[in-house]
Design a protein around this ligand. Sequence first.
Ligand code: 2M8
Length: 429
Amino acid sequence: ASEPDTEEIPSPDLVSEATRVLMENWRGLYTVPASGLYPHQWSWDSAFIAVGLRHVSPRRAQQELESLLGAQWADGRLPQIVFASGRDDEYSPGASFWRSELIPGSAPVPTAGLIQPPNHAWAALLVHEADPEESRRRRFLDRAYPRLVAWHEYLRRRRSDEAGLAFTVHPWETGMDNSPAWDAPLAAVRGTFGGNVPRPDLRHADVTERPSNAEYEKYLSLAATYRDAGCDDSVAATPFRVTDPGVTALWIRSELALGRIAEELGIEADHADRAAALTEALEDLWDAELGCYVPVDRVSCEPQRFRSITGLLPLIVPDLLHVDELLGTLHGEHFRLGRSVLVPSFDLTAPEFDTSRYWRGPAWFNTAWVLVNGLLECGLETEARVLADTMGARAVESDFAEYLDPITGAAHGTRRFSWTAALSLDLHV
Ligand code: 2M8
C-alpha cells in the first residue's frame, strides 16, 4: 500500500485573500501597513511586506524596498516612517511634527527622524531570489547594495556602543513600542508633552489595545528632544538608550544577507566578519537564569530582566551559543510554543503580561515569521511547518488581524494588516 500523502496543499483562501490585502494596501510605489490606522510607509513593515509581495509581483516587491531606500538620509539612516502627502491629520506624529525638510542631511521626502529594526538587507536578498532574472534586468541589487551598506554603516558608526551593539533612542525604534521591557527606561525619562497628546490612532483601534496616554506623552517628548537636536546622534542627549537583542539579531541576519548580495555582485567585502563580531557581542545580552537574551538600558546600565519576544529572535542567528536553552524557553511555560497561539510577545506567567494590549503579550505574525526562520535555522523543520501552518490558518480566520490574543486566538488591533498577509503568504507558496 502506498504511504498516505501528507504534503501540505496551500490553502487557496489564504493565497488569494492575502494577495487581495496586499493589493488593497498598495499605494503605487509602496504598501501602507493598514489603511486607516497607518496611512504612511513604515520601515520594517516595508521589508516584511516585500518578502510576501515577491510571490505576487517581484517587481512591486523591489519597488517597495526602493521607495524606502529612496528616503535614506545622508548619514545612511533609513527612517521609521516615510510620510504620504496630505495625510498629516490622520497619524501622529506626522510630517508637520518632524519638519524633516529643516534638518540638514534629511531625505528628499518628508520622513520621521527615528529608525526601525534593520531587516531590509535580508528582505532584499529574498526579493532577489524570488526572480533573479527580473532582479538582474532591473539592476535591483546593484542599486540597493550601496544604500543597504550605508544603512548598516550608520548603525555601526552612529548608533553603536563600545561592545559594537546598536542602541535605540526611542521605544518606536525597537518596533515593540510598549513592551514591558521599556517600562523602567521610560519611567526614568523626565520630559512630558504638556498633556496635549493627539491620538488619531484611537479612531481606528480600541483604547484598551493601544499604548496609554501616559506612554504617548513620553513618546512625543522623546521624539521632540531628538528632533530638536537635529536628529544628530553626536549631539542628541537621548534620555532613552536601549540595546535590544531583536534589533541585533535582525542586523546580523541582514549583514549575512549583504554578504550573499556582495557575492552575487562580485564585490569583495567583510560582511561575514562583521556578522561574526556582532554575534559575539550579542552574547553580552544573554541571561542564563531567564534562559533568553535581554535588552540593556544604556542609561542606567541595567539589563531589563524579562522574558520577551525580542529575547527569542536571536534564534535566526547561525552558530548561536545558547540555542538549546533558548529553544527550552520557547517551549516552556513562558511562551508555550505549540500550546499557545503563535508565540506571545511577552512571558505568559509574568504580572505585566496582557492578552490584548499591543506589545505587552499579544501574538504577532512578524515575530512568528522570524521564529519560523529561527526554527529552520535550528533544523527543526516539522516545528517550523506547524507554526507556519498556524500562521496561515489564523491569518485567514482573523481577517489578517494585526495581532492575536495568544491564549484564545481572538483578533485584536486593525484588520487586513499588510505584514500579516505578506508573511503568511510567504510561508504558503
Ligand atoms: C507600531 O508602531 C507605530 C509607531 O511606529 C505606532 O504604534 O503607531 C508597531 O507595531 C511597529 O512595530 C510597526 O512598525 C508600526 C506600523 O505597523 O506600528
